[in-house]
Design a protein around this ligand. Structure first.
Ligand SMILES: Cc1cc2nc3c(=O)[nH]c(=O)nc-3n(C[C@H](O)[C@H](O)[C@H](O)COP(=O)(O)OP(=O)(O)OC[C@H]3O[C@@H](n4cnc5c(N)ncnc54)[C@H](O)[C@@H]3O)c2cc1C
Ligand code: SF4
Ligand code: SF4
Length: 428
């Protein structure tokens, strides 16, 4: 089904992570009308899936909750979740965006009571834990989810389980016959804030991801450390559930490598430094973290954090690009092979768990972003074409930490506001 919605001098923000939320709020607080489109069922993006933020190690709830509160209160923002921009046509000041909306099968009456989840037995892989563990096919994405509204997964639509979920709902919130629809909206400017995704670790064959269960990625480690994650915050290794105490962090996994990603992902040194502190927090002085690195890139204000971690007696640094990982089949331990470039000696070091500091790539490939936007060789948005009204924001433009993503989004909002103001002047 295709429909049109009322238009005007609207700014379209594509992507509801911290960058999209920031850009939407900045524009809305300047009195502009904003449509914020998010592909998943909830706002927050990948920031909501971090256990803690560097450098202060506070919880993501801190920053996100403030944004969410402001967003809920701002009547200039129209939010569309489970919605994806599939096409944009037109020119600066007048674009038509086609938005595909997938059915949630749950309407605004939902009180997030959870009765529908209790009524279904089918479980699906949990994407909010990067596929570690499962969740019921009627689910709330995560504790911080906004909207706080359940989703009925397509896996059970048309089955007796869906009927059972509907019967369990006391407020009539479940709509099993909802269908996918496409909506066209006319907007003056577009902010493209579709963020990043982890590089596919299975492509780095010498590291055995997907083959050895105790080789995981840094994004998965964030979920392991989180009390809301698949292990309740315990650092239990996937093969046997044993508590991991001796953990290897492998830097530049996929990044700075001609065979994979040429760019430095910029965040992953800081992410590993931060994650060594999760180990100390979980297992105290018995924890052992070893960072295998080419060089540590802790820029600007992060240098202090790096210095602090260097003084931590539970953390060891080995200057080396790990060549390969093997598995001790008897114990499930991982054995790292390489050459320590400071002492120039070969090592074969055994650890409970290896965490790949995985590279960051744009979540929407360059070929799928609007043609008016110019991508760099890694697929990140480098610039807008001259005279364009489409602007990149946050990690769609580069591998950025939250602070820099927010700064880039404020800049994008300003440029979009200028388009709307110029349009208003021309029409006056
Ligand atoms: C292991 C690791 C740890 C990190 N830890 C920290 C930390 O401690 N501190 C810190 O400052 N930074 C950290 N970062 C970086 C942080 O995750 C990013 O800065 C942040 O996620 C950027 O937010 P974003 O909104 O730009 O992108 P995202 O978080 O990726 O959000 C993009 C949003 O766009 C949506 N989307 C994608 N495509 C579409 C589409 N076609 N249509 C509609 N919506 C779409 C997505 O569903 C998502 O909600 C870490 C990164 C890694 C890899
Ligand atoms: S859909 Fe109904 S049963 Fe499910 S959480 Fe919402 S209100 Fe509760
Ligand atoms: S930030 Fe560090 S780990 Fe990440 S690619 Fe750059 S140097 Fe490698």
């Amino acid at each position: 089904m295709t429909a049109s919605i009322a238009t005007g001098e609207i700014i379209l923000v594509v992507g509801g992570g911290i960058s999209g939320m920031t850009a939407a709020l900045e524009a809305a607080e300047c009195g502009k009308r904003v449509v914020l489109v998010e592909k998943s069922p909830t706002l927050g993006g990948r920031t909501a899936l971090l256990y803690r933020y560097f450098p202060k190690l506070c919880h993501p709830t801190c920053g996100l909750e403030i944004n969410l509160r402001q967003l809920k209160a701002n009547r200039n923002i129209r939010l569309m979740t489970m919605a994806e921009v599939v096409n944009i046509e037109g020119t600066r000041g007048r674009y038509t965006a086609s938005i595909k909306i997938s059915p949630r099968h749950v309407n605004e009456n939902c009180t997030a009571c959870g009765d529908c989840a209790k009524a279904v037995s089918t479980r699906i892989p949990n994407p909010f834990n990067y596929g570690m563990g499962t969740m019921p096919a009627a689910y709330l994405p995560h504790a911080m989810a906004y909207p706080q509204r359940y989703v009925i997964d397509p896996a059970i639509i048309g089955t007796p389980e869906a009927d059972a979920a509907k019967a369990a709902c006391k407020v009539g919130a479940i709509e099993l016959d909802a269908r996918e629809e496409t909506v066209d909206i006319t907007v003056a400017a577009v902010i493209w804030a579709t963020g990043w995704q982890p590089y596919d670790a299975a492509k780095i064959q010498p590291y055995g991801y997907g083959l050895y269960r105790n080789v995981i990625t840094s994004v998965e480690f964030e979920r392991l450390a989180d009390p809301h994650g698949p292990t309740g915050g315990k650092l239990l290794r996937p093969s046997d559930g044993k508590e991991a105490r001796n953990i290897a962090f492998i830097q530049c996994a996929g990044s700075r490598d001609e065979n994979h990603l040429r760019h430095c992902s910029r965040i992953c040194c800081m992410a590993s430094l931060k994650q060594t502190q999760y180990v100390s927090e979980a297992v105290g002085t018995e924890g052992r973290s070893t960072i295998y690195y080419i060089d540590i890139r802790a820029i600007d204000r992060f240098e202090d954090f790096y210095q602090k971690v260097m003084k931590d007696p539970t953390v060891r640094f080995v200057k080396s690009k790990v060549a390969s990982i093997a598995e001790d089949v008897k114990t499930g331990d991982v054995v790292l092979h390489g050459v320590d470039t400071e002492g120039y000696h070969r090592y074969a070091s055994t650890h409970d768990l290896a965490v790949l500091a995985i590279g960051m790539t744009p979540s929407v490939p360059a070929g799928n972003i609007p043609a008016e936007v110019i991508a760099d060789s890694s697929g990140f948005i480098e610039a807008s074409a001259a005279g364009s009204g489409i602007f990149g924001a946050g990690c769609a433009t580069n591998a950025l930490d939250v602070n820099r993503a927010v700064q880039s989004s404020t800049a994008a909002a300003l440029r979009a506001i200028q388009v709307v103001n110029q349009l208003a002047r021309e029409e006056a």
